[in-house]
Design a protein around this ligand. Structure first.
Ligand code: ADE
Length: 259
């Protein structure tokens, strides 16, 4: 008899186990190794409105149905649609159509060495917030920052070798002095361009979401961010893929309350 494959669904899945997993990733370079790892295929029929460049891959892996969505390329400029607008839109459309049990937002991030981050470290975010939505009016200020706790996964943390830290999100790769003080106020260890936007939409529709972020560049280091990011993107993506695979393997056969 052939050994069970990754996509084998014959193993009994406990009642109440997570069955539909949505992975949201901003960049093609980050997404494709996971597409290959989980043997996903590009969906032939789009669940997304006509005109949206968003791409969905799907397939079965260890008792889970995985949908991996990527916002695709800008139709005019041909670059990945990074940032909060595309991330929120594709998360919204995916939740409406796929009704996932759990979302993983995976991607790369800048890390702060003053908070212990190093290149290649992989973080599970405990909290998310925005750092470039400044509205200095009482209560609107808090709405702009949008701090929220992420879905708690104490057993994933116990089992896997992931660091924990707060994630701050903004629409720029670099860091202005304004961003810097907001990130400090957010007590963030890692900085990305999508997390808090995905969290906002996931919360709106009561969908648990976790955030796996791998450090490509040291924000408070010597090297220019864009240069360091591009230099490390491919190598760090391998660390990200390993961590996401371990998280997905852990999730397989578990209930949400087991995480
Ligand atoms: N993704 C990778 N590095 C980043 C940085 N420094 N800021 C925002 N997003 C990132």
């Amino acid at each position: 008899m052939a050994p069970p494959s990754d996509s084998d669904n014959s193993a009994p899945i406990p009642a109440g186990a997570i069955s539909k997993l949505l992975i949201v990733i901003a960049m093609q370079t980050e997404a494709l190794p996971l597409v290959n790892k989980f043997h996903l295929v590009e969906a032939e029929e789009s669940i997304f409105p006509k005109g949206a460049p968003w791409i969905r891959y799907h397939g079965d892996y260890k008792g889970l149905h995985i949908d991996l969505v990527w916002p695709g390329k800008d139709p005019v400029l041909g670059v990945d649609c990074v940032g909060t607008v595309s991330a929120a839109l594709v998360t919204y459309a995916s939740i409406q159509s796929l009704k996932p049990d759990l979302i993983i937002n995976a991607g790369t991030a800048g890390g702060f060495k003053a908070k212990g981050a190093d290149i290649g470290d992989v973080y599970l975010a405990s909290d998310v917030a925005f750092h470039d939505r400044r509205i200095p009016i009482p209560v609107f200020d808090m709405y702009g920052i949008g701090t929220r706790k992420t879905f708690a996964t104490p057993n994933i943390l116990k089992e896997l070798n992931l660091k924990v830290g707060k994630l701050s999100t903004g629409d720029s790769l670099d860091m202005s002095p304004h961003d810097e003080s907001a990130i400090l106020n957010n007590d963030a260890t890692v900085k990305d361009m999508e997390g808090a936007a995905v969290a906002y939409v996931a919360d709106m529709f009561s969908t648990p979401a976790i955030f796996v972020k791998a450090v490509t560049d040291i924000v408070d280091g010597e090297k220019p961010t864009a240069e360091e990011f591009l230099q490390n993107l491919v190598a760090v993506t391998a660390a990200l893929d390993k961590a996401v695979t371990e998280v997905v393997d852990f999730i397989s056969g578990k209930c949400i309350s087991d995480l």
